[in-house]
Design a protein around this ligand. Structure first.
Ligand code: ADP
Ligand code: MG
Length: 701
């Protein structure tokens, strides 16, 4: 069947080859279908027509219908302007245009009725409308089609330069809709889903969204189109997740053996929290199920994810497999290596570290151990992912601070075995459930929602940069008690010289303020060995203050540190501030975080600082962050390499609809695993079509 929707937009009235090219380049629109799926981003109510004698200064945009009685050109050159006096029988108003005078004058005619749209202002005691939009309305039908609820389309500069304004887009889309007529657009969802979820038909929804006859039907149309978007994303995810679990059997870790139990009875340094125990149970259940585990472990900074990772790795070992732990930076890898080796001492487990810094014979030795199974646990950076590293039998991969790992890198992990290892991804960035569902698809989520006992909430204060005394007193007090402090300077790009200058100046200042203390300095441009050496000295307590850029952001664990000073705190995002603050408060003593800024602050900055001083709960902060920024910006979604193709739906605002779509998709996959139910043919065809243009993000996790 010839699909009318695949027609080229070029042949539509008002388009032509030139504009068609621009539409394609700017918005990727080439067919009628593409055009109809370019939705308005808002609507303005233009149903009311004012009389000129009602116009007043201070009104928002208004429209009148009037005839031009007189033109007048004033000024010369760049000061040139066109004025027109208009009359509607109740009064006279002056219209004024600056720029494009010749063009505008040529297109306007005396004594013809125009619909005039603009904002009234007062100049020289007269009401003016500056740069009004003019629409000729010689027939009553014209007025009916313009004076109503009108869609507003986003327009780019190149579009504007070829006359593709929002109004013109409206006309072109209108032309497309009237060429199609009613009922010509084929439904993309099967009738049973439309009925079950009380959805408006596609044909009607597309008509309404582009020209809502009245406000009442608009939400229904939007709901239908949002559902469609969300449903197909979910169907994609759920379908491929199901396929994958049919294709790959997970390694079955049925045993709890010597290593796990030996650790539990002899080496466990503290009582696990209830949340840690629960999460370990959830993981054990997955590992024994025969299905490959893909689990996201969320836990606020300091909630104790490392011990959970360690115990999970022991289960792999007890079942005869190797395990690896991947960290995003060398510092973190080394820290994990130190922690895990310490935790596992005397259990006969060989733990090795593999990073880019480990070279030559040592590297060769470790790589051989990984290949012959002599190494049980390997901890490292992405160096582990190099092709030269071959495992004897990798059963589990733990990835720390996942958002620094791209999809590509995770895919490499999959290829380390014929059968992919179980995967545990740990993150301190709380992701609302609905978002996790969209981004990670079939990843199950465990949450450590309880901090180890005895932790005191970090006391957070906002201080202005010239009230140094308060800051110095507090820091000195803590240092004299034998504790340690961080001073952090923002570094937006590691390459920016000015930022490094900030750090140097800061270092000098800190040395001057605390002449009796030992101060170290660390930044991303330093060699890894240098960074490690500094970090070691700080950990051992040889340095009392560490002045640093955000290289210390993730995962650094020095329980004796009790003060975090964040300079230019207004330049950090909320998620980052929270991460940084999490470097203190890791022991049982009271810790402090001082957010230093100048007096001049934007409203958003002020709000962010307020949230930080009010709350230490990562989830709460993440939610506030979403409110301030919107989900497009959410940390983690950008780096994860996943492209959202949602035009209308918003995973936060429309979370109920998302769940509904998710359920519908799950049911379809369950009841039609081999894609052969006749009523679902339309839906599988749609999925195949949509997937051609989308990334398959469910294949990799
Ligand atoms: P994160 O979740 O941020 O990675 P860590 O695993 O580094 O947190 O743990 C933070 C600190 O809390 C570490 O010093 C760790 O030894 C300690 N810790 C973890 N679990 C417990 C517990 N159940 N009781 C006491 N201390 C704990
Ligand atoms: Mg950690």
């Amino acid at each position: 069947m010839y699909d009318i929707l695949s027609q080229d937009v070029m042949y539509l009235k008002g388009v032509g080859p030139h504009r068609a090219k621009v539409l394609n380049k700017e918005l990727g629109i080439s067919s009628l279908k593409d055009l109809l799926y370019y939705f308005p981003h808002k609507y303005i109510d233009r149903s009311r027509i004012y009389r000129i004698n009602e116009l007043q200064e201070g009104m928002a945009t208004v429209q009148v219908v009037a005839r031009i009685k007189l033109f007048n050109e004033e000024g010369r050159g760049r000061k040139r302007r066109l004025e027109a006096l208009c009359d509607d029988g109740t009064g006279v108003v002056k219209l004024v245009w600056f720029g494009g005078v010749t063009y505008i004058r040529r297109h306007l005619q005396l004594d013809r009725p125009y619909l005039i749209f603009g904002k009234p202002s007062v100049f020289n005691h007269e009401i003016n409308i500056v740069q009004p939009e003019m629409t000729s309305v010689t027939q009553t039908a014209d007025l009916q089609s313009y004076a109503k609820l009108r869609p507003v389309y986003s327009i780019t500069e190149p579009m504007r330069s070829v006359g593709l304004t929002s109004n013109v887009m409206e006309q072109i889309i209108g032309a497309a809709l009237s060429r199609l007529g009613n009922g010509q657009i084929a439904e993309t969802l099967p009738p049973y889903l439309i009925t079950r979820h009380h959805l408006m038909g596609l044909d009607e929804a597309l008509h309404v969204i582009h020209s809502p006859e009245n406000m009442q039907r608009l939400p229904e149309a939007q709901r239908r189109l949002k559902f469609e978007e969300l449903f197909y994303v979910q169907l994609d995810i759920v379908h491929y997740a199901a396929q994958r679990s049919r294709r790959y059997k997970g390694f079955v870790f049925s045993r709890i053996g010597d290593k796990f139990l030996g650790f539990y009875h002899h080496n466990l340094p503290f009582e696990l929290t209830g949340a840690q125990k629960r999460v370990i149970r959830e993981i054990r259940h997955d590992l024994g199920s025969g299905i490959q585990m893909n689990r996201l472990l969320q836990g606020d900074v300091g909630s104790g994810k490392t011990i959970v990772a360690t115990m999970t790795m022991l289960i792999a070992l007890d079942n005869g497999y190797q395990a690896c732990l991947l960290a995003p930076t060398e510092i973190l890898a080394e820290q994990h290596y130190a922690t895990v080796s310490r935790l596992l001492h005397d259990l006969g487990i060989r733990v090795e570290l593999l990073t880019g810094a480990i070279q030559g014979k040592r590297r060769q030795h470790i790589i051989e151990g990984i290949a012959d199974g002599g190494v049980h646990i390997i901890i490292g950076t992405h160096a582990i992912l190099y092709d030269a590293v071959v495992f004897r039998n990798l059963g589990l991969a733990v990835i720390d601070e996942q958002h620094r790992f791209g999809v590509e890198q995770r895919a490499k992990l999959w290829l380390k075995n014929d059968n992919p290892p179980h995967v545990l991804v740990m993150t301190a960035t709380p992701i609302p459930r609905t978002l996790a569902m969209t981004v990670y698809g079939d990843l199950s989520v465990s949450v450590i929602d309880e901090l180890p006992p005895g932790r005191k909430a970090i006391e957070t204060r906002h201080v202005y940069e010239n009230s140094t005394e308060q800051l110095v007193n507090l820091v000195r007090h803590e240092l004299e008690e034998g504790r340690q402090a961080y001073f952090v300077y923002p570094l937006i790009k590691e390459s920016e010289k000015s930022d490094l200058k900030d750090l140097e100046a800061g270092f000098k200042r800190v040395c001057e303020l605390f002449p009796e203390m030992r101060v170290g300095k660390m930044h991303g441009k330093m060699k890894d060995e240098e960074k490690n050496a500094i970090m070691d000295r700080f950990k051992r307590g040889e340095l009392q203050i560490l002045v640093s850029t955000t290289v210390i952001e993730v995962g650094v664990d020095v329980p004796n540190a009790s003060v975090m000073v964040i300079e230019n705190a207004n330049r950090f995002g909320l998620a980052q501030l929270h991460q940084l603050r999490g470097r203190v408060g890791r022991g049982a003593k009271q810790s402090y975080c001082l957010l230093v800024t100048g007096y001049k602050l934007s409203d958003t900055s002020r709000k962010r600082l307020e949230i930080m001083t009010d709350s230490t709960d990562g989830f709460e902060i993440a939610e506030e962050d979403l409110k301030l920024r919107g989900p497009g910006d959410l940390e983690g979604t950008q780096q994860s390499g996943i492209v959202f193709d949602l035009k209308l739906a918003n995973v936060i605002r429309d979370s109920d609809l998302l769940e509904e779509a998710r359920e519908a998709a799950t049911q379809v996959v369950k009841s039609d695993p081999d894609k052969n139910l006749p009523q679902n043919q339309v839906l599988w065809a749609q999925l195949a079509q949509r997937r051609k243009t989308n990334v398959n993000w469910s294949e990799i996790s």
